[in-house]
Write a protein that binds this ligand. Structure first.
Ligand code: AMP
Length: 279
């Protein structure tokens, strides 16, 4: 496993890989890795000749009051987790190299960015799309891997690739969970033991919703009401949003007649957690 921090060193390496006609699988991350990230790497290993992972805590996708400074940075532990997953190259650029003084270009999107996480985190997806675009240009992957955990992010990236005729495929992989249902997230590390217990309310609310749909309840309003009950039973939690939306357009759906995305964001203490389910 080779660690590369320098952009021109990465470009040289990519040129060499391309010359050899090898395919590249790419997993962009912000580090503080867990099994969710590793599942993407394993899939990339299966599909490609070379697996490249980036670890970059992207300042552009954090709001001014968000956790950019305290976001966990655990490169030593990350390296240990990645080695057995068959990662070939770990790219760890510096923020000043990715966004040097005078950087002005952005990638943004209309419509899909002003709902759900985009509504609560203005500018977040502009930061995500810009950095992902830049990383794609640097790494030149054949396939890039994203988690369904960040459903809206994966949808926007697929749309960007389509709209801008970018020359790669996007694969979206299932959500990896802890034994008690909590979706794995780097931010789970912020939770106190009590909060960690309360945090299962997200997946419990989704399970409740799923059971209601299976039991032929198709009213989004009634489902969301029951989900809220599951969540507000836990004291120091605050709901950011709960939505039932079209899986492609993210438009809210009042009566469930086809496949829908049920998604939520909840503050457990100061930690904002997200989760979702397609039913
Ligand atoms: P992050 O480091 O949080 O930016 O995540 C990097 C990638 O890992 C994104 O594509 C996420 O959607 C994905 N990911 C994060 N958590 C999980 C999880 N629990 N299961 C599957 N993929 C995940």
């Amino acid at each position: 496993m080779k660690l590369i921090s320098n952009i021109s060193a990465l470009k040289n390496k990519i040129r060499e890989i391309k010359r050899q006609g090898k395919s590249i699988g790419f997993v962009p991350t912000m580090g503080a890795l867990h099994e969710g990230h590793i599942s993407l790497m394993r899939q990339a290993r299966k599909d490609n000749d070379v697996v490249i992972v980036s670890i970059f805590v992207n300042p552009m996708q954090f709001g001014p009051k968000e956790d950019y400074k305290k976001y966990p940075r655990t490169i030593q532990a990350d390296m240990k987790l990645m080695a057995p997953a068959g990662v070939d190259i770990v790219f760890t650029p510096q923020a000043k190299d990715i966004f040097p003084d005078g950087f002005r270009a952005y990638v943004d999107m209309s419509g899909l960015t002003n709902v759900m996480c985009g509504k609560s985190r203005p500018g977040h997806f502009r930061g995500v799309l810009t950095v992902v675009n830049k990383l794609f240009n640097l790494v030149e992957p054949n396939i890039a891997y994203f988690g369904q955990k960040d459903y809206q992010q994966a949808l926007l990236i697929k749309q960007m690739v389509r709209d801008l005729d970018m020359n790669l495929k996007i694969k979206v992989m299932p959500i990896i969970r802890e034994k008690d249902g909590l979706a794995m997230s780097s931010r789970n590390a912020y939770l106190s033991p009590d909060e960690r217990r309360q945090a299962t309310c997200l997946s419990r609310a989704l399970t409740k919703a799923k059971m209601m749909v299976i039991g032929s309840e198709y009213s989004s309003k009634r489902i969301i009401t029951e989900m809220k009950k599951v969540i507000t039973r836990e004291k120091p939690v605050r709901i950011d949003y709960i939505v039932i939306v079209n899986t492609d357009t993210l438009e809210e759906i009042s009566v469930i007649k086809q496949k829908v995305l049920i998604a939520l964001a909840v503050f457990v203490g100061k930690t904002r957690l997200i989760d979702n389910l397609v039913v």
